[in-house]
Design a protein around this ligand. Structure first.
Ligand code: F0G
Length: 375
Protein backbone atom coordinates (compact mmCIF):
# COMPACT_ATOMS: atom_id res chain seq x y z
CA UNK A 1 0.00 0.00 0.00
CA UNK A 2 1.29 3.44 -0.86
CA UNK A 3 0.65 6.02 1.79
CA UNK A 4 0.25 9.52 0.41
CA UNK A 5 2.11 12.15 2.36
CA UNK A 6 -0.21 14.55 4.13
CA UNK A 7 0.42 18.16 3.27
CA UNK A 8 -2.21 19.27 5.78
CA UNK A 9 -4.37 17.32 8.22
CA UNK A 10 -7.59 16.05 6.67
CA UNK A 11 -10.31 18.67 6.93
CA UNK A 12 -8.21 20.88 9.18
CA UNK A 13 -10.41 23.72 10.31
CA UNK A 14 -8.98 27.15 9.67
CA UNK A 15 -8.04 29.07 12.77
CA UNK A 16 -11.23 31.15 12.76
CA UNK A 17 -13.39 28.06 13.14
CA UNK A 18 -11.52 26.66 16.18
CA UNK A 19 -13.48 27.14 19.35
CA UNK A 20 -12.61 25.63 22.70
CA UNK A 21 -14.54 22.43 23.21
CA UNK A 22 -16.95 22.73 26.09
CA UNK A 23 -16.48 19.01 26.77
CA UNK A 24 -12.77 19.24 27.50
CA UNK A 25 -11.93 21.26 30.58
CA UNK A 26 -8.30 22.14 31.15
CA UNK A 27 -6.94 20.50 34.32
CA UNK A 28 -6.28 23.33 36.82
CA UNK A 29 -3.98 21.39 39.17
CA UNK A 30 -4.98 19.44 42.22
CA UNK A 31 -5.58 22.28 44.67
CA UNK A 32 -8.23 23.86 42.44
CA UNK A 33 -9.73 20.47 41.58
CA UNK A 34 -10.05 19.25 45.16
CA UNK A 35 -10.25 22.63 46.97
CA UNK A 36 -13.25 21.68 49.18
CA UNK A 37 -11.24 18.77 50.61
CA UNK A 38 -8.05 20.72 51.28
CA UNK A 39 -6.98 23.16 54.02
CA UNK A 40 -6.72 26.21 51.72
CA UNK A 41 -8.59 29.52 51.75
CA UNK A 42 -8.89 32.43 49.29
CA UNK A 43 -5.85 33.87 51.05
CA UNK A 44 -3.65 30.89 50.10
CA UNK A 45 -1.43 31.75 47.12
CA UNK A 46 -1.55 28.64 44.95
CA UNK A 47 1.74 27.54 43.40
CA UNK A 48 1.04 24.82 40.90
CA UNK A 49 2.67 23.09 37.95
CA UNK A 50 -0.71 21.50 37.14
CA UNK A 51 0.30 18.33 38.98
CA UNK A 52 -2.07 15.41 39.53
CA UNK A 53 -4.59 13.88 37.11
CA UNK A 54 -2.14 11.07 36.41
CA UNK A 55 -3.38 8.02 34.52
CA UNK A 56 -4.70 4.84 36.08
CA UNK A 57 -3.43 2.35 33.54
CA UNK A 58 -4.71 -1.23 33.18
CA UNK A 59 -1.84 -3.75 33.11
CA UNK A 60 -3.15 -6.85 31.32
CA UNK A 61 0.04 -8.92 31.49
CA UNK A 62 0.33 -8.46 35.24
CA UNK A 63 -3.41 -9.16 35.66
CA UNK A 64 -2.86 -12.40 33.78
CA UNK A 65 0.06 -13.34 36.02
CA UNK A 66 -2.13 -12.87 39.07
CA UNK A 67 -5.03 -14.74 37.42
CA UNK A 68 -8.39 -15.41 39.14
CA UNK A 69 -10.08 -12.61 37.18
CA UNK A 70 -8.22 -9.98 39.21
CA UNK A 71 -8.07 -6.58 37.49
CA UNK A 72 -4.79 -4.77 38.10
CA UNK A 73 -4.17 -1.08 37.41
CA UNK A 74 -1.14 1.09 38.03
CA UNK A 75 -1.46 4.66 39.24
CA UNK A 76 1.40 6.14 37.27
CA UNK A 77 2.39 9.09 39.42
CA UNK A 78 5.75 9.28 37.67
CA UNK A 79 3.92 11.44 35.13
CA UNK A 80 3.73 14.39 37.49
CA UNK A 81 5.65 17.55 36.47
CA UNK A 82 8.88 16.69 38.28
CA UNK A 83 8.39 12.98 37.67
CA UNK A 84 7.13 11.75 41.03
CA UNK A 85 4.17 11.78 43.44
CA UNK A 86 5.99 14.33 45.58
CA UNK A 87 4.54 17.14 43.45
CA UNK A 88 1.12 16.46 44.99
CA UNK A 89 2.43 17.17 48.46
CA UNK A 90 4.69 19.97 47.39
CA UNK A 91 2.06 22.16 45.71
CA UNK A 92 0.30 22.20 49.09
CA UNK A 93 3.39 22.52 51.31
CA UNK A 94 4.89 25.36 49.27
CA UNK A 95 1.60 27.24 48.87
CA UNK A 96 1.01 27.08 52.64
CA UNK A 97 4.64 27.99 53.43
CA UNK A 98 4.31 31.05 51.22
CA UNK A 99 1.00 31.95 52.83
CA UNK A 100 2.72 31.79 56.22
CA UNK A 101 5.51 34.10 55.00
CA UNK A 102 8.36 31.58 54.61
CA UNK A 103 11.39 32.70 52.65
CA UNK A 104 13.14 29.33 52.52
CA UNK A 105 12.31 25.63 52.76
CA UNK A 106 14.40 22.62 53.67
CA UNK A 107 14.11 18.86 53.23
CA UNK A 108 16.10 15.69 53.58
CA UNK A 109 15.69 13.51 50.56
CA UNK A 110 16.57 10.37 48.68
CA UNK A 111 16.04 12.55 45.59
CA UNK A 112 12.42 12.96 44.58
CA UNK A 113 11.40 15.23 47.45
CA UNK A 114 14.39 17.43 46.71
CA UNK A 115 13.45 17.76 43.03
CA UNK A 116 9.83 18.64 43.86
CA UNK A 117 10.76 20.98 46.72
CA UNK A 118 13.24 22.78 44.49
CA UNK A 119 10.82 23.21 41.58
CA UNK A 120 7.90 24.50 43.64
CA UNK A 121 9.98 26.62 46.03
CA UNK A 122 11.78 28.37 43.19
CA UNK A 123 8.48 28.96 41.42
CA UNK A 124 7.25 30.59 44.61
CA UNK A 125 10.40 32.71 44.90
CA UNK A 126 11.86 30.90 47.89
CA UNK A 127 15.24 29.37 48.60
CA UNK A 128 15.30 25.57 48.66
CA UNK A 129 17.84 23.71 50.77
CA UNK A 130 18.08 20.00 50.19
CA UNK A 131 20.14 17.60 52.25
CA UNK A 132 20.91 14.32 50.51
CA UNK A 133 22.80 11.14 51.39
CA UNK A 134 26.07 11.48 49.48
CA UNK A 135 26.34 8.94 46.66
CA UNK A 136 22.83 7.50 47.04
CA UNK A 137 20.68 9.77 44.91
CA UNK A 138 19.80 8.74 41.34
CA UNK A 139 21.33 10.87 38.61
CA UNK A 140 18.13 12.36 37.21
CA UNK A 141 16.99 13.54 40.63
CA UNK A 142 20.29 15.24 41.35
CA UNK A 143 20.25 16.89 37.93
CA UNK A 144 16.77 18.23 38.63
CA UNK A 145 17.57 19.68 42.05
CA UNK A 146 20.63 21.45 40.66
CA UNK A 147 18.95 22.89 37.61
CA UNK A 148 15.86 23.99 39.53
CA UNK A 149 18.26 26.03 41.66
CA UNK A 150 18.21 24.20 44.97
CA UNK A 151 21.14 24.55 47.35
CA UNK A 152 22.20 20.91 47.52
CA UNK A 153 24.15 19.69 50.55
CA UNK A 154 25.38 16.08 50.47
CA UNK A 155 26.01 14.57 53.91
CA UNK A 156 28.12 11.54 54.70
CA UNK A 157 25.27 9.52 56.10
CA UNK A 158 21.96 8.01 55.05
CA UNK A 159 18.49 9.54 54.67
CA UNK A 160 17.69 9.01 58.34
CA UNK A 161 20.77 11.01 59.38
CA UNK A 162 19.83 13.77 56.93
CA UNK A 163 16.26 13.89 58.29
CA UNK A 164 17.53 14.31 61.84
CA UNK A 165 19.62 17.30 60.73
CA UNK A 166 16.78 19.04 58.89
CA UNK A 167 14.26 18.52 61.70
CA UNK A 168 16.62 20.33 64.08
CA UNK A 169 17.47 22.94 61.47
CA UNK A 170 13.80 23.83 61.03
CA UNK A 171 13.48 24.28 64.82
CA UNK A 172 16.44 26.65 65.12
CA UNK A 173 16.54 28.55 61.80
CA UNK A 174 14.04 30.43 59.59
CA UNK A 175 13.43 27.54 57.18
CA UNK A 176 10.19 25.59 56.74
CA UNK A 177 10.44 21.81 56.77
CA UNK A 178 8.79 20.25 53.69
CA UNK A 179 9.40 16.58 54.41
CA UNK A 180 6.26 14.52 54.95
CA UNK A 181 6.28 15.51 58.63
CA UNK A 182 4.81 18.73 57.27
CA UNK A 183 1.07 17.97 57.47
CA UNK A 184 0.30 19.82 54.21
CA UNK A 185 2.39 17.30 52.30
CA UNK A 186 0.03 14.46 53.18
CA UNK A 187 -3.00 16.67 52.49
CA UNK A 188 -1.78 17.14 48.92
CA UNK A 189 -0.77 13.51 48.46
CA UNK A 190 -4.16 12.18 49.58
CA UNK A 191 -5.60 13.51 46.28
CA UNK A 192 -4.10 10.50 44.50
CA UNK A 193 -6.65 8.35 46.33
CA UNK A 194 -9.42 10.72 45.22
CA UNK A 195 -8.32 10.33 41.61
CA UNK A 196 -8.31 6.53 41.87
CA UNK A 197 -11.88 6.54 43.23
CA UNK A 198 -12.99 9.12 40.64
CA UNK A 199 -11.81 6.82 37.83
CA UNK A 200 -12.91 3.44 39.24
CA UNK A 201 -16.19 4.75 40.65
CA UNK A 202 -15.25 3.12 43.97
CA UNK A 203 -12.18 2.31 46.03
CA UNK A 204 -10.14 -0.70 44.86
CA UNK A 205 -10.04 -3.87 46.99
CA UNK A 206 -6.27 -3.65 47.44
CA UNK A 207 -3.86 -0.73 47.23
CA UNK A 208 -0.25 -1.86 46.81
CA UNK A 209 2.33 0.80 47.54
CA UNK A 210 6.09 1.13 48.16
CA UNK A 211 6.93 2.32 51.67
CA UNK A 212 9.96 4.41 52.60
CA UNK A 213 9.39 7.26 55.02
CA UNK A 214 5.76 6.03 55.10
CA UNK A 215 4.11 9.35 54.19
CA UNK A 216 2.44 8.21 50.99
CA UNK A 217 0.71 5.16 52.44
CA UNK A 218 -0.61 7.40 55.24
CA UNK A 219 -1.78 10.00 52.72
CA UNK A 220 -3.61 7.47 50.52
CA UNK A 221 -5.40 6.11 53.56
CA UNK A 222 -6.47 9.63 54.59
CA UNK A 223 -7.77 10.19 51.06
CA UNK A 224 -9.74 6.95 50.86
CA UNK A 225 -11.29 7.54 54.30
CA UNK A 226 -12.20 11.14 53.56
CA UNK A 227 -13.72 10.31 50.18
CA UNK A 228 -15.79 7.52 51.69
CA UNK A 229 -17.05 9.85 54.40
CA UNK A 230 -18.31 12.12 51.59
CA UNK A 231 -20.13 9.18 49.98
CA UNK A 232 -17.77 8.97 47.00
CA UNK A 233 -17.10 5.27 47.64
CA UNK A 234 -18.75 2.57 49.69
CA UNK A 235 -15.66 0.63 50.69
CA UNK A 236 -12.03 1.06 51.72
CA UNK A 237 -9.06 -0.84 50.30
CA UNK A 238 -6.71 -3.11 52.16
CA UNK A 239 -3.47 -1.13 52.40
CA UNK A 240 -0.62 -3.39 51.28
CA UNK A 241 2.72 -1.71 51.97
CA UNK A 242 5.98 -3.07 50.56
CA UNK A 243 9.49 -2.30 51.76
CA UNK A 244 12.81 -3.37 50.25
CA UNK A 245 14.11 -6.38 52.18
CA UNK A 246 17.35 -4.59 53.13
CA UNK A 247 15.43 -1.54 54.36
CA UNK A 248 12.39 -3.06 56.02
CA UNK A 249 11.94 -1.62 59.53
CA UNK A 250 8.20 -2.40 59.46
CA UNK A 251 8.95 -6.08 59.00
CA UNK A 252 11.69 -6.02 61.66
CA UNK A 253 9.32 -4.15 63.98
CA UNK A 254 12.09 -1.68 64.79
CA UNK A 255 14.33 0.84 63.01
CA UNK A 256 17.06 -0.62 60.78
CA UNK A 257 20.37 1.17 61.44
CA UNK A 258 22.04 0.57 58.05
CA UNK A 259 19.36 0.23 55.37
CA UNK A 260 20.56 -1.12 52.02
CA UNK A 261 18.72 -1.55 48.72
CA UNK A 262 19.31 -0.67 45.10
CA UNK A 263 15.91 1.06 45.24
CA UNK A 264 17.58 4.15 46.70
CA UNK A 265 14.32 6.11 46.92
CA UNK A 266 13.19 3.80 49.75
CA UNK A 267 16.58 3.24 51.38
CA UNK A 268 15.19 4.33 54.75
CA UNK A 269 15.63 2.64 58.13
CA UNK A 270 13.54 4.79 60.46
CA UNK A 271 10.32 6.05 58.80
CA UNK A 272 9.07 9.37 60.17
CA UNK A 273 5.41 8.43 59.68
CA UNK A 274 5.70 5.14 61.56
CA UNK A 275 2.53 5.42 63.65
CA UNK A 276 0.30 6.79 60.89
CA UNK A 277 1.32 4.01 58.51
CA UNK A 278 0.69 1.31 61.11
CA UNK A 279 -2.67 2.88 61.83
CA UNK A 280 -3.57 2.66 58.12
CA UNK A 281 -2.38 -0.93 57.86
CA UNK A 282 -4.30 -2.04 60.96
CA UNK A 283 -7.52 -0.12 60.24
CA UNK A 284 -7.63 -1.49 56.69
CA UNK A 285 -6.68 -5.03 57.73
CA UNK A 286 -3.75 -4.67 55.38
CA UNK A 287 -0.20 -5.96 55.55
CA UNK A 288 3.42 -4.93 55.38
CA UNK A 289 5.73 -7.24 53.45
CA UNK A 290 9.30 -7.12 52.20
CA UNK A 291 10.44 -7.66 48.62
CA UNK A 292 14.01 -8.47 47.67
CA UNK A 293 16.02 -6.34 45.28
CA UNK A 294 15.83 -9.18 42.74
CA UNK A 295 12.02 -9.24 42.99
CA UNK A 296 11.94 -5.45 42.59
CA UNK A 297 14.12 -5.67 39.47
CA UNK A 298 11.98 -8.43 37.97
CA UNK A 299 8.83 -6.31 38.40
CA UNK A 300 10.72 -3.26 37.03
CA UNK A 301 11.61 -5.22 33.89
CA UNK A 302 8.11 -6.72 33.51
CA UNK A 303 6.46 -3.29 33.76
CA UNK A 304 8.71 -1.92 31.03
CA UNK A 305 8.96 -4.85 28.64
CA UNK A 306 5.40 -6.21 28.92
CA UNK A 307 3.34 -3.15 29.77
CA UNK A 308 5.37 -0.30 28.23
CA UNK A 309 5.64 1.48 31.58
CA UNK A 310 9.00 2.79 32.78
CA UNK A 311 9.08 3.48 36.50
CA UNK A 312 11.97 3.78 38.90
CA UNK A 313 13.07 0.69 40.88
CA UNK A 314 11.45 1.78 44.19
CA UNK A 315 8.11 2.16 42.44
CA UNK A 316 8.26 -1.38 41.11
CA UNK A 317 8.19 -2.62 44.73
CA UNK A 318 4.39 -2.27 44.62
CA UNK A 319 4.08 -4.66 41.68
CA UNK A 320 6.80 -6.97 43.02
CA UNK A 321 4.80 -7.14 46.24
CA UNK A 322 1.54 -7.90 44.50
CA UNK A 323 3.15 -10.71 42.51
CA UNK A 324 4.72 -12.06 45.70
CA UNK A 325 1.46 -12.29 47.66
CA UNK A 326 -0.88 -12.83 44.71
CA UNK A 327 -2.18 -16.12 46.16
CA UNK A 328 -3.97 -14.02 48.77
CA UNK A 329 -5.72 -11.61 46.37
CA UNK A 330 -9.45 -12.39 46.31
CA UNK A 331 -10.78 -13.64 42.95
CA UNK A 332 -12.31 -10.97 40.71
CA UNK A 333 -11.01 -8.15 42.87
CA UNK A 334 -9.61 -4.81 41.72
CA UNK A 335 -6.04 -3.94 42.66
CA UNK A 336 -4.20 -0.65 42.23
CA UNK A 337 -0.40 -0.59 42.40
CA UNK A 338 1.12 2.85 42.90
CA UNK A 339 4.05 3.70 40.64
CA UNK A 340 5.55 6.59 42.53
CA UNK A 341 8.35 7.77 40.22
CA UNK A 342 9.38 7.93 36.57
CA UNK A 343 12.01 5.51 35.24
CA UNK A 344 13.93 8.36 33.64
CA UNK A 345 14.93 9.49 37.12
CA UNK A 346 17.40 6.63 37.33
CA UNK A 347 18.90 5.80 33.93
CA UNK A 348 21.92 4.09 35.52
CA UNK A 349 19.74 1.41 37.10
CA UNK A 350 17.86 0.84 33.85
CA UNK A 351 21.02 0.26 31.85
CA UNK A 352 22.71 -1.78 34.55
CA UNK A 353 19.78 -4.08 35.23
CA UNK A 354 18.25 -4.47 31.79
CA UNK A 355 18.77 -7.94 30.36
CA UNK A 356 18.63 -6.28 26.98
CA UNK A 357 21.86 -5.00 25.45
CA UNK A 358 22.83 -2.66 22.66
CA UNK A 359 24.16 -4.56 19.64
CA UNK A 360 27.17 -2.40 18.87
CA UNK A 361 30.13 -2.34 16.50
CA UNK A 362 27.94 -2.76 13.40
CA UNK A 363 28.92 -1.24 10.04
CA UNK A 364 26.28 1.17 8.68
CA UNK A 365 25.41 -1.16 5.79
CA UNK A 366 22.04 -2.69 4.97
CA UNK A 367 23.37 -6.24 4.82
CA UNK A 368 25.18 -5.92 8.12
CA UNK A 369 22.20 -4.44 9.93
CA UNK A 370 19.83 -7.00 8.40
CA UNK A 371 22.13 -9.80 9.53
CA UNK A 372 22.12 -8.55 13.11
CA UNK A 373 18.33 -8.33 12.89
CA UNK A 374 18.25 -12.02 12.06
CA UNK A 375 17.05 -11.63 8.46
N1 F0G B 1 8.75 5.79 45.79
C1 F0G B 1 9.57 6.79 45.44
C2 F0G B 1 9.95 6.92 44.02
C3 F0G B 1 10.04 7.70 46.42
O1 F0G B 1 10.84 8.70 46.06
C4 F0G B 1 9.67 7.51 47.77
C5 F0G B 1 10.16 8.40 48.82
C6 F0G B 1 8.81 6.44 48.07
C7 F0G B 1 8.38 5.61 47.07
C8 F0G B 1 8.33 6.18 49.45
O2 F0G B 1 7.37 7.10 49.83
O3 F0G B 1 8.51 7.97 51.84
O4 F0G B 1 6.09 8.41 51.43
O5 F0G B 1 6.87 6.12 52.03
N2 F0G B 1 11.03 9.27 48.61
C9 F0G B 1 11.46 10.27 49.60
C10 F0G B 1 12.35 11.30 48.96
C11 F0G B 1 11.97 9.70 50.85
O6 F0G B 1 13.19 11.90 49.66
O7 F0G B 1 12.21 11.56 47.78
P1 F0G B 1 7.19 7.42 51.38
Amino acid sequence: MIVQPLTSPPSAPNSKTITPSSDVKPWPGLIETYRPYLPVTEKTPVFTLLEGNTPLIPVPYISQQVGKGVKVFVKYDGLNPTGSFKDRGMTMAISKAKEEGAKAVICASTGNTSAAAAAYARRAGMRAFVIIPDGYVALGKLAQALLYGAEVIAVEGNFDDALTVVKNMAKDYPVTLVNSLNPYRLEGQKTAAFEVVDVLGNAPDWLCIPVGNAGNISAYWMGFCQYRSFGKSDKLPKMMGFQAAGAAPFIAGKPVPNPETLATAIRIGNPANWDKAWGAKDASQGEFNAVTDEEILEAYRILAAHEGIFCEPASAASVAGLLKVSDRVPANSTVVCVLTGNGLKDPDSAIKHSKNQVKSGIKPELSQVAKVMGF
